[in-house]
Every structure is written in C-alpha cells, then in structure tokens.
Design a protein around this ligand. Structure first.
Ligand code: ADP
Ligand code: ZN
Ligand code: ZN
Length: 744
C-alpha cells in the first residue's frame, strides 16, 4: 500500500506536470487508486482533485505533506475513468503515468467552433440521374462521384465529402452555382430521432445475423458484460450486425465505439454508418488536426454524438455511458501501439468495457490466433457467420509451385498458368488483382560483383533507393548520393533492386502491352488522397489490372474482379517473429476473398516456393480451423503467445559497453529472482536487437516467456527498479513490449 498520492486539481493535459502530493490516511488506503476523486486541503480551501498516481516516495519534507480529507462520492467523472485506464495501461504495458495519460487524454486546443455544413440535392432524382449520365459521358469524374453519392444518400456532410470523397470545394461551388446542389450551414446538430424517421432503415437481418444479435442482446439485457468473437467470412454481414447492436445500444441511452483500421475506413464504410445514424456519428482519422480531434472528443463528452468510429485512438472517446465497443478486423496489427505505452487496443478495450459493464465485440474473417485461443478456453464467446449474405461461392484457389516453373524454364514471376488466366480475363474485360506479399525490402542498393549492400552509417539497416537519385535511411532520414562504384570492391555493377511492385508493374506492362495497369504501394500512396483515388479509379474500371502490396487486400469490393494472383505467397513466412504463418494465412485468405465479389465467379492463383506449408495449404481451402489447429500446436511447443506470454525488454544506449554491462546485470538479477520464485520462466538473451543500432543508439533485447502475465509484470517492475537504483546505468533506457506484434 502506497503512502502518498499525487493529485491533480484540474484535469487537463497541460496541467499534468502540476501534481500536488498528499498522504493517504490509513483508513482510506484500500480505496485510493488512480482516478479516484478526492477532497483535499488546498491553502485554506477544500478542493476536489483526482489521484494520478500512488507512490511510496515523498516529494518534499514528510512533515509538511498534508493528508487527503476524504473520497468524493457520487457521480464519477468520465475523466476519472480514463485516468484509471491510463493507470492500468501503465502497470500492464510499462510506461510512466504521464506517457499513459497522454495516450488517453486528448490535447486541449483552442479551436474556433467548426462550422458544420451539409450538401443537399436541389433537383429531382430523375433530373439528377440525367445529369449524372451527362457528367459521366463528359468524364467529369469528381462531379459524377459527388452527384452519385448524393443521389444515394439524399444529403451529405461537407467534411465527409472533402475528406473521403476527395471532392474539392470548387467542384461543390460549381454545382451549387448550377443549382444542382445547395450547401447549408448548420448552427446546431440535428435531432437524431428526426433523422432516423426521415430515412427508415429497411434492411432486415437474415436468421444467422439475427441469432448473433439476439445472443449478445440477451446477455446485455441480463447485465452481463462479455467479450465476443464474431468470426464471419467477408461478406457474411458482420457490419450489419454491428450496426444493429449499435442501434440497440443507443436505444438504451448508451454509446458505442467502433474501431476500424484506418486503411479500411473507406468512403463506402463511413457512408454505411453515416446513412443509418446520421450526425450522431463522428469519424476520427489521422488526417484530423489536433484541434479537430479535440473537437470530436468534446462532442462525445457533451453528448452530441453516440458513436465514435476510428482507428486505435478512438478507443479513448470520453463517453460517459459506454454500452459497447466493437473492433472490426480484430486481427490487424495496427491495433497494437508502436510507441510507449505499447498497448493492445483489444485488451485495453476489454478493460475499459469492464469499467462500464459494456460489451466488447471482436469481428474478423480470420481471427487472430490470440482471440481464437481465448474463445477456445472460454474467455471469449465465439459467434459465427458461416455463409456470405449474397450466397456467392468462395473463389476457387489453386497453388502453383514456383520451383517447378523454374525447372520448366519459366524465369518470370508470373507463372504460365497465371499468364494464361490473365489473358483469358483480359479478353473478357474482367479485372485482375496481383498481390505481392512482401514488405520493406524495396530498393536496397547492392553490388552484383561482391554482394556488398550499402548501409546507413548510423543505423543497422540498408539504405533505400529513391526516385530523386539519392539513397535514404528509413529510420533516421540520413541521405547520400548513389555511388558510381561499389564502395567495397570498386565494381561498376552496383544497382538498386527496384521496388517489388514497381518491377512487377513493368513486367506486366511488357507482357500485356494493351492492359491498363494501376499500382498501389507505399510509394504511390504517399500523397493525401492517393490511396482512395487509386481504389476509386479501379472501381470505375479505369484499369484492368491492379498491382499492389497488402494495401490492396483491404477495403473496397470490386465486383468485376475475377482473378487474384498472389505472386509470392511465402514471403511473409520468413518474417523473423512467431507470427509468420499467421500473417501469411491471413493475407492469402484476404487476398483470395477479393475475387468473385460480384455475380461472376472468382479464381485465385497462389504462387509459392513452399507449396506444402500448412499456412498456404489451409489458406487455399479457406479453412481457418485447420490452420488454427496446426498453429496452436507450434505455439504450445515453443511456449509462444497466446499459450504463454512473452515480454521483450528493449534496452538502448549510446555507449555499447555500458549497455552490454547493464543488460548482463539485468538478466543476472532477473535470473536470481526467477530461481527464488521457482515459476517456470524462460529467458533468452541479452542479444542484439534485429536492428542493432538506430541513429547511433545501440539496441539490445532480453526475451522473457512465462505462462502467467502477472509474472511478467512483476519482472518489468523489478527491471524498472534496477535501472532507477543503479546510478551507473543512468545513460541506459529501457522499454517493454508485451506480446509484441513485430520483431525487435
Ligand atoms: P461483412 O462486414 O461481413 O463483410 P457486410 O455487412 O458488409 O459483411 O455485408 C456484405 C453485403 O451484404 C453488404 O452489401 C450488405 O449491405 C449486404 N447485407 C448484409 N446483411 C444483409 C441482409 N440481412 N440482407 C440483405 N443484404 C445484406
Ligand atoms: Zn539511419
Ligand atoms: Zn562490390
């Protein structure tokens, strides 16, 4: 039990550093934890404040520390809950309280009230359709896009049109001038009830969807707050299930948070929620400025909205009566934070839901092994949607052995079979997607004579070629000119491997000169809106072939795509962490799911050097259970998550020797205590991190594996203390990563 509490009087991020310390009276010891609202003496007055942290370390002379008067009972502010959540994150993932609070509380910024505007159709629908045909004929694509969306929705939010439809204000102005649309400013938010009655939601769930909704709803009625895993193939109607559960949540006077990976937060998705719930929905994305973000939070806090949709950070929307948290595509690695605190949105959502007696619904076509395991051992409730709503059959998949291709003299990355099928589909004017399952290795400079790879002098990574003729380090930004000769052997044969997708684009172009090709990868989507523009162009059938990285396997449906080629399916098997098979299975299944989404049947070609691998064989059959059964055996055998838990200690420092010494010492100290505790814990390392140096800072790792998560938390706490107490390590910093998603 801690003796002192650091208390903040006014909750705002700016005041975080201004905490005041009070002592905790014995009789309150049990009840004082982070987030608790207390009464404190302040000068001559009594104020209320929130406990940010409990500690045994007095900050000033002990005799001068005054005691807390009592606990403020009654309604607990929403902030109190977020503080408590930050405390939980701090303890379970390792960070300072400030780092955790900065994650959960929005940065306050003075913003002038953003004007809310909407677009309305000013002409009849018949007229609108005529105009639409005209615009399309004249290739006024922006105008056509806007008008099409307006016909569908009746009215549209201005911001939404700008952000998600990529329509410029001048396009809107021009349509307004022609009296086709009107732009209306709204002083107040509309009443949601009147909005809903304006547009009755007519879709009724099919029996399988209804069963899922009823089950969750019955639990909620009984006051149970559970975590559900909804496993349903793409197109099985998961999103409709989410929306029905949200509607019921709102009917109970509660609010909903929906997490969707940013990349899947496309116009189509947003419109579905917007179409049903109107202005009671707010969308967060990384394009919002800090001020806009704050404004969204304020709207949530003031009760102006009931639904917050967005990526990971939307989880901290300050709703006071949260009823449900939905996490779509729950297997996505973007739900894990890459910065301290390295929290996982799934676990954090479950914690936040527990504080509110709210439900958590996780949805995916290919659940994470972690979640499926939790469902198997009874921690989550498994719900399933086994059929596609529109009864489209799953596409037919075949595996091509690339080694065999080579033996038969085909050196192309496109197998004979894939080329034949492409020819056939192009002749039928159907569309094709080519997916390169490969990341990060684009554009490295290497010598063909001696194999030398040009590396960054400050980081342990190779430099990447960029179009502007320089080589760039992706970790520190270091740049240098492309050398004329190999720095190691002097040979002139030094060149950059072209970005994987770019090379494929060239190859396809020369093989099918008539075909129109679009490419989507990191390079072609760096500018604002380019991602959505490419998808839109492909959807409008302005191209026959879309070549891309994993970006193309998500988001839009393309009904005219009948062939998906997965060019090197095993690439992701070789990533250097234990998720290789899982990622491969997910990517292949998702990519395959892109074929045959319309009335035409789809075909999938999986090219691989490893045709016997279970991840590839089970993905071919779209058999999740078969994959899971084999994968879990491997995780069990090697004591990997989810069967055991894993913590990585990442230690960094500028002096390599000091760092090595610190790591050895830490691992020895941990070793001693593990012996004493006799809990089965495995320790690996210290060893160099995968990237052993970034910006001249050395990086070392220690891996710890044990069954019980709490043991790892305990080891984390020890380690923090070792570092703090030992003056000699003052230049070493440490970070923790629990059940990491990517390697170190
Ligand atoms: P998922 O989220 O599982 O991919 P969606 O909810 O997007 O599935 O549903 C796929 C398609 O089927 C969507 O176009 C959706 O509007 C439609 N749909 C879903 N449920 C029904 C239903 N009960 N009746 C008719 N159409 C439906
Ligand atoms: Zn560098
Ligand atoms: Zn060389």
């Amino acid at each position: 039990m801690a003796a002192y509490a650091n208390i903040i009087v006014d909750i705002s991020l700016e005041k975080l550093d201004k905490t005041f310390q009070y002592s905790i009276p014995k009789e309150l010891e049990e009840q004082i934890t982070e987030g608790v609202c207390v009464r404190i003496p302040f000068g001559k007055r009594t104020l209320t404040g929130y406990v940010l942290e409990c500690t045994d370390i007095p900050e000033f002379e002990v005799s001068k520390i005054r005691p807390i008067i009592g606990i403020e009972k009654g309604s607990v502010a929403m902030e109190a809950q977020l503080i408590a959540l930050a405390g939980w994150m701090k303890r379970n993932y390792g960070s300072t309280m400030n780092q955790a609070l900065k994650t959960v509380l929005p940065v306050k910024q003075k913003v002038k009230q953003i004007e809310r505007k909407r677009l309305l159709l000013e002409i009849t629908r018949e007229e609108a359709y005529r105009k639409l045909a005209l615009f399309e004929q004249k290739h006024y694509t922006a105008k056509a896009r806007l008008l099409g969306a307006l016909i569908e929705a009746g009215e549209l939010d201005y911001q939404l049109v700008v952000q998600k439809l990529n329509i410029s204000p001048s396009t809107m102005k021009s349509l307004e001038k022609d009296k086709i649309i009107s732009i209306e400013s709204m002083a107040e938010y509309r009443n949601p009830v009147s909005h809903l009655s304006q547009k009755e939601y007519s879709l009724s769930l099919n029996p399988a969807q209804q069963k899922v909704v009823d089950q969750v709803d019955a639990d909620i009625e009984q006051g149970l707050s559970k975590t559900y895993l909804l496993k349903g193939v793409t197109g099985s109607g998961k999103t409709e299930v989410y929306m029905e559960l949200i509607a019921r949540t709102i009917a109970r006077g509660k609010q909903a948070i929906v997490l969707i990976p940013e990349i899947s937060l496309t116009f189509q998705t947003v419109m579905r929620f917007y179409g049903r719930f109107g202005d009671r929905v707010s969308i967060m994305n990384s394009r919002l400025s800090q001020g806009e973000r704050y404004d969204q939070f304020l709207r949530a806090k003031n009760g102006d909205i009931d639904i917050m949709i967005g990526p990971r950070s939307a989880l901290f929307a300050p709703f006071s009566n949260l009823g449900i948290i939905i996490i779509d595509e729950e297997h996505e690695s973007s739900y894990k934070s890459e910065t301290v605190p390295r929290y996982h949105a799934r676990e954090t959502a479950i914690e936040r839901a527990a504080m509110n007696q709210a439900a958590v619904l996780l949805g995916s076509a290919t659940p994470s092994v972690e979640s499926y395991y939790q469902a198997q051992i009874g921690n989550y409730t498994l719900l399933e949607l086994k059929e596609r709503v529109k009864n489209q059959p799953l596409p037919e998949c075949e595996i091509i052995d690339l080694r065999q291709e080579l033996k038969e003299g085909n050196r192309s990355i496109l197998s004979k079979r894939l080329q034949d099928l492409m020819e056939e589909k192009l002749a039928k004017k159907q569309q094709i997607m080519l997916f390169l399952n490969r990341r990060g290795v684009s554009g490295i400079m290497s010598c063909r004579a001696c194999g030398h790879v040009v590396k960054c002098p400050h980081c342990d990574v190779s430099l990447s070629m960029h179009n502007h003729g320089k080589m760039v380090c992706h970790y520190c930004g270091y740049e240098e000119a492309v050398p004329k000769a190999c720095p190691s052997c002097g040979s002139k044969y030094i060149s950059g491997f072209k970005a994987g997708t770019q090379k494929i684009e060239e190859l396809v172009k020369s093989r099918f000169p008539e075909a129109r090709i679009l490419r989507m990868d990191y390079d072609t989507t760096r500018t604002k809106d380019s991602y959505e523009n490419i998808l839109q162009a492909f959807a409008n059938q302005q191209a026959d072939i879309l070549v891309g990285t994993q970006m193309i396997v998500k988001g839009h449906d393309f009904p005219n795509v009948t062939l998906v080629g997965i060019l090197a399916a095993d690439m992701s098997l070789h990533v250097s962490d234990y998720h290789g098979a899982e990622k491969t299975f997910q990517l292949i299944t998702q990519a395959a799911g892109r074929a045959g989404r319309g009335d035409l049947e789809g075909q999938v070609v999986i090219q691989t050097y490893d045709p016997e691998h279970y991840a590839i064989l089970t993905a071919k059959d779209q058999d999740y259970e078969a994959f899971y059964d084999q994968e879990i055996v491997y995780r069990q055998m090697l004591h990997y998550p989810p069967v055991w838990n894993l913590m990585v200690i990442l230690a960094t420092g500028k002096q390599e020797e000091e760092l090595s010494y610190a790591c050895d010492w830490i691992s020895k100290e941990i070793g001693k205590r593990i012996e004493i505790g006799k809990v089965p814990v495995q320790m690996i390392g210290p060893a160099d991190a995968q990237i052993a140096k970034i910006s001249d800072v050395y990086r070392k790792v220690i891996y710890l594996k044990t069954k019980d998560y709490k043991t790892l938390v305990m080891i984390k706490d020890w380690t923090e203390r070792f570092i703090k107490d030992k003056k000699a390590f003052s230049n070493v910093s440490i970070q923790f990563d629990f059940n990491p998603i990517s390697g170190f």
